[in-house]
Design a protein around this ligand. Structure first.
Ligand code: ADP
Ligand code: ADP
Length: 225
């Protein structure tokens, strides 16, 4: 089974009023375990909408979303939240780390919320920070970190609960090109080591070229390159 499957997913923000632009029109997309897929789309094409639907933060008007083979159509809020927390990790363009907590605590807290014991949560957080080269920054707050380091910590936080699916929206979009390259290479290594499925939105074609497969979102349709 693919980790993520979208079948005939449509979304329109105009709630039935006649509109020229339907954001998503019958999108079909599957992402399998261990696969890193680039979602390439111009700004405004509906990347965020697609990622929110894939990550169970929003629901489609039509079509189905399945996570690890489980159809999410018509499922209760409690189950949706449970699946999202257990199976999906998000990385955004801006890090959204909690400013009053250290890098380590930002990665530990979601694990505690999920029932992991503190000792195990800390050791997993340290291992993650180490794997992306920011172990020395564990006890610093986000404001003391560079942009690249902040994004690496945000990525570790997304991975902390061992999701099956990683969704990223322009994860290096706010970094300068050199930093973006280095950070992205580290993230790709970590994703490949863990074997999870990743869907990474970017309009950077060089970054997209380094992923396993590319799909384009345009005029509401997703097509393979
Ligand atoms: P992208 O992430 O590719 O820039 P979005 O998914 O954010 O695109 O938005 C796609 C289109 O849907 C845009 O035209 C945007 O203005 C519109 N849109 C997004 N969210 C909403 C919303 N909550 N209500 C109305 N229109 C929205
Ligand atoms: P990057 O190449 O990752 O963007 P920078 O060149 O911005 O890194 O920063 C280089 C080093 O300086 C990093 O180790 C970073 O943690 C540190 N640094 C940057 N800003 C601050 C700050 N405000 N306080 C403490 N250390 C900082």
């Amino acid at each position: 089974d693919p980790v993520l499957r979208l079948s005939g997913v449509s979304k329109d923000y105009n709630h039935g009023l006649p509109s020229e632009v339907q954001v998503l029109r019958g999108v079909d997309l599957a992402v399998r375990p261990g696969e890193v897929v680039a979602l390439v789309a111009p700004s405004g094409a509906g990347k965020s909408t697609l990622l929110h639907i894939a990550g169970l933060l929003d629901t489609p008007d039509e079509g189905q979303v399945a996570i690890a083979g489980e159809d999410m159509t018509g499922i209760g809020d409690r189950r949706r939240t449970a699946v999202r927390r257990a199976d999906v990790g998000f990385v955004y363009q801006f890090h959204h780390l909690l400013p009053e907590f250290t890098a380590l605590e930002n990665i530990v807290l979601p694990q505690l919320a999920d029932g992991t014991a503190r000792a195990e949560a800390e050791s997993r957080a340290r291992a993650l920070l180490d794997s992306v080269g920011v172990a020395a920054r564990a006890d610093h707050r986000p404001a003391a970190l560079s942009g690249g380091e902040q994004q690496r910590v945000a990525f570790c936080r997304a991975m902390a609960n061992r999701p099956r699916l990683l969704l990223a929206d322009e994860p290096t979009g706010n970094l300068d090109p050199d930093t973006s390259d280095r950070v992205f290479a580290g993230l790709l290594d970590l994703v490949r080591d863990t074997g999870l499925a990743a869907l990474i939105a970017t309009h950077n074609l060089e970054l997209a070229a380094r992923m396993d497969r590319r799909v384009t979102l345009d005029q509401g349709h997703v097509t393979p390159d």
